[in-house]
Design a protein around this ligand. Structure first.
Ligand code: G16
Length: 544
């Protein structure tokens, strides 16, 4: 097999963000762009020769082309084995699972997650380490450094290569194993949850569920689990077929982008349970009949009820949430007397805590929930956890949520996103906020007294690594918070995220709309950051 060394020049914009490198497809299609980044990944591997890697993605536009390029580069770089999802399809949690199960040296996942797909939309690539989780910052920094120094990459002469059939073939010295990851993943799920109980629950005449796969990667996984194994009818899954452009939709499971699902669940005779997952299958949204469970509440409720689920019946070592996620889970952890860690945004920050056995469950406000079963957040896992819980409790979702709030109080929560704003405007807004931080503690803003105002800094309790500038926190005496962050996953300009949270035990407020409860705090947040002045936006683009 002929291999070539191709001369190239660095691109300056290949610094991975919150979750890998995400750019418009057109950027990835520039000559050498993908290849440079992949070569940098290979050159960062501790043992490149003979390494075994997983490879696959969410099936979005450019997935297949990128996979074929990576196979040719792997062969030329001395990689020993690639384990590839059939037709290039691997959900992010399934990739994490196969890296762990088959003891691979890592994996390359092609996804821009919840970002839209298509020739004019987004693509992404990220590297996961042997623990199955997203590479830690020191590794992504090393990859970035390599991209700045690169002068050539290695690639084999293209040869026909069939990734649509399960089986093995040799590509020079490289062994390519095409697998059906749906089988591995569904076996893992069956080892965690009581499938017999869930099956009986789903067969009840008063139970009806609806899962929205959003034309994204979870379709085949959901069909095997819900239709084939749990016996749900075909129409229990919406948008099951994965499409390269997600059917023109935005594969983000939230109230704005899963509209048909939300409308159905909120109709008078709607199903008892609804859920959705995102582009690469790691996010989840949970709904009951006329009830939306915020991701922060979902994490708290799963934590409070974990011992009712087979996999967690012996209790939890601890829990973790990202800083902007509401403190609902903190209240539960306190009651259970288990540790609760606060990490920066990004699943990679949970990796060390999971590996060290310090936590069992973790989650984020950005519709991500997961556990120690893999090292990624896991959309279908969260859905099955809820179904197992419903099968045990035999109560409507809304009753479970209300009872949780009665017991622990309610952390009412919303997030306002201002998308695609000018980078300079976003940076000026953040600078202006940082300049105010010193003068805020002790001040009264509306009906709230500022207790602290700072930039979040994280010291990893396991390896001592430090991550600075992880978001601006304004904390109030009554536990309310306003958090500001710039997203690390957008591809157009900057996205400002404003997270609002207030805590209440007042019975009258337990049934109220969160937006209503957070109105005063929302007003303070826009005034303090002078959002309209800096961005010329009167309203957020999306409220979740
Ligand atoms: C990624 C990360 C998450 C993070 C989310 C939003 O999720 O894995 O940890 O919370 O992005 O990040 P940001 O607020 O910086 O946009 P995903 O599902 O997009 O891979």
């Amino acid at each position: 097999m002929q291999t070539n060394s191709i001369k190239t020049k660095p691109f300056k914009d290949q610094k991975p963000g919150t979750s890998g490198l995400r750019k418009p497809v057109k950027t990835f299609q520039k000559a050498h762009y993908l290849e440079n980044f992949v070569q940098a990944i290979f050159d960062t591997l501790p043992e490149k020769q003979g390494a075994k890697l997983a490879l696959g993605g969410d099936g979005r536009y450019y997935n297949r082309e990128a996979i074929l390029t990576i196979i040719h580069m792997a062969a030329a770089n001395g990689i020993g084995e690639l384990m590839i999802g059939k037709s290039g399809i691997l959900s992010t949690p399934a990739a994490s699972h196969i890296i762990r199960k088959y003891e691979l040296d890592g994996g390359i996942i092609l996804s821009a997650s919840h970002n839209p797909g298509g020739p004019d939309k987004d693509f992404g690539i990220k590297f996961n380490t042997p623990n199955g989780g997203p590479a830690a910052e020191k590794i992504t920094d090393a990859i970035y450094q390599k991209t700045l120094e690169i002068s050539e990459y290695k690639i084999a002469e293209a040869q026909p290569c069939n990734i649509d059939k399960v089986g093995e073939f040799q590509y020079g010295d490289l062994l390519v194993r095409v697998i059906d990851s749906v089988v591995d993943y569904s076996e893992l799920m069956q080892s965690l949850f009581d499938f017999n109980l869930i099956r009986d629950y789903l067969a009840r005449p008063d139970t009806q569920i609806l899962f929205d796969a959003m034309h994204a990667v979870t379709g085949p996984y959901a069909e095997m689990i819900f239709n084939d194994i749990l016996g749900c009818p075909k129409n229990a899954i919406l948008r099951a077929d994965p499409l390269p452009d997600f059917g023109g939709g935005h594969p983000d499971p939230n109230l704005a982008h899963a509209k048909q699902l939300v409308d159905t669940l909120f109709a008078d005779a709607g199903p008892t349970f609804g859920a959705a997952s995102d582009g690469d299958g790691d996010r989840n949204m949970i709904l009951g009949h006329q009830c939306f469970v915020t991701p922060s509440d979902s994490l708290a409720i799963l934590t409070a009820n974990a011992t009712q689920i087979p996999a967690y019946k012996n209790g939890l070592a601890g829990v973790a949430r990202s800083m902007p996620t509401s403190a609902a889970v903190d209240k539960v952890a306190e009651k259970l007397n288990i540790p609760c860690y606060e990490t920066p945004t990004g699943w990679k920050f949970f990796g060390n805590l999971l590996d060290a056995g310090k936590i069992t469950l973790c989650g984020e406000e950005s519709f991500g929930t997961g556990s120690s079963h893999v090292r990624e957040k896991d959309g279908l896992w969260a859905v099955l956890f809820w179904l197992n819980l419903l099968a045990v409790k035999k109560q409507p979702v809304s009753d479970i949520v209300q009872q949780h709030w009665q017991q622990f109080g309610r952390n009412a929560y919303v997030r306002h996103d201002y998308e695609a704003i000018e980078n300079d405007a976003a940076n000026s807004l953040v600078d202006s906020l940082i300049n105010q931080l010193g003068s805020l503690p002790g001040k009264r803003l509306g009906i709230y007294d500022v207790q602290y105002a700072d930039e979040f800094r994280y010291e990893d309790p396991i390896d001592g690594s430090i991550s600075e500038h992880q978001g601006i926190r304004i904390g109030f005496e009554d536990g309310s918070r306003i958090i500001y962050r710039l997203s690390g996953t957008g591809t157009q300009g900057a996205t400002l995220r404003v997270y609002l949270e207030t805590y209440t035990t007042d019975d009258n407020k337990l049934k109220k709309d969160a937006n209503e409860l957070l109105k005063p705090l929302a007003k303070i947040s826009t005034e303090l950051a002078q959002i309209e002045h800096f961005t010329q936006r009167e309203q957020p683009t999306v409220i979740t």
